[in-house]
Design a protein around this ligand. Sequence first.
Ligand code: PLP
Length: 421
Amino acid sequence: MASARELLQQSDPAIFRALAGEEMRQAQGVEMIPSENYTYPEVLATLGSVFTNKYSEGYPGRRYYGGQEFTDTIESLARQRAKQLFGCEHANVQPLSGAPMNAAAYLALLEPGDTVMGMDLSHGGHLTHGAPVSHMGRLFRWVRYKTEPSAEGRIDFDAVRRAALEHSPRMIVCGYSSYPRDYDYGPFKEIADEVGAITLADVSHIGGLIAGGALANPFDSGFDIVTTTTHKSMRGPRGGMILCRSKFRLAIDKSVFPGLQGGPHMNQVAATAVALAKAQGPDFRQYCRQVLDNAQALARALLAGGAHLVTGGTANHMMVVDCVSSFEINGRIAEETLDRISITCNKQVIPDDPNPPLRPSGIRLGTPAATTRGMREPEMEVLARCMLEALRAHGDGARLERLNAEVQELCSAFPVPGIEA
Ligand SMILES: Cc1ncc(COP(=O)(O)O)c(C=O)c1O
């Protein structure tokens, strides 16, 4: 009997060719976008399973469709594992991804027009933290706090406190997409308590690193709500989770379904359960430590080679390189140059960037995916050397070709889980 792959190849050669091409791209190059990772083969198998056939509106034990004995099992397991890993009282594992996850959390606890504090986009916050182009940015009144470039990107908590006292937010949002530091959640919680605000930490980037014990857990500082995507450092399927104290359980669950979503993607819920079980093991804790060690090694090598890093280095899995001041090229050219040597990164605005988002001053790099393949500090040094040379010689096609061969040779020794050689 033909395998599923063979069937796809016969019935839809165009899609099959694109799939094969993407597999080759992922295997031959290094993924350095900090929000990306290579998931487990078991997660891929669960995602491509018959759970995708099933409608399961509602929650375990209270569904609007029949035939739920197995879907109830997987969702209950996912919730239980998430609660254990994050030390929280309730977990909703149905958000389809990070943006709907945050929207559901805001809509559960806020009224339109409420004031919310969130981190400024160019200082590292995410679009869903009130960027004016997002619907959430229009629905609520956002007060944005910034980092202090003169203090290597630390947060000025006196300024945050003054803003909170002035604007009396209903919620304070912590979390980032491009902030190479760990958060100090304690002062945010103190300020929130002083003004009577709910605390929400969006740890989408670092959810796995928190679960693996490598970074601080906002619940340890008394936070009310923690949201996280499941596909970044967690290595799960694309998806989101809302974790909270019991007193928010009803509001959060009602907000996800029926408030915002219809039927959950049960193949994704099953795959989330699989990734959460993996995150409970000692190997995952070791992986998380290595992600941070690799980020330190990469940052050290880039700094030693003359690159300027926003915040002066990193305390997590990512770093932002100011390409204009380091190499006199913008982030778009830097991204395209690194693509030519099989290193994938993304262009990135830097704090208060004078340049527009499609031609920003920086790039963002991260180590979760390379670490998943087994790369360690020596490989980070090779990659840093290749990147520095390429960014300085971005117009020299022959040099870029030589560097591309070196990067691809390195990759061949580190197979990607789930992609057969
Ligand atoms: C902090 C943060 N929150 C939310 C999201 C949105 O997640 P998604 O792209 O899955 O909607 C991201 C994505 O990068 C993120 O970094």
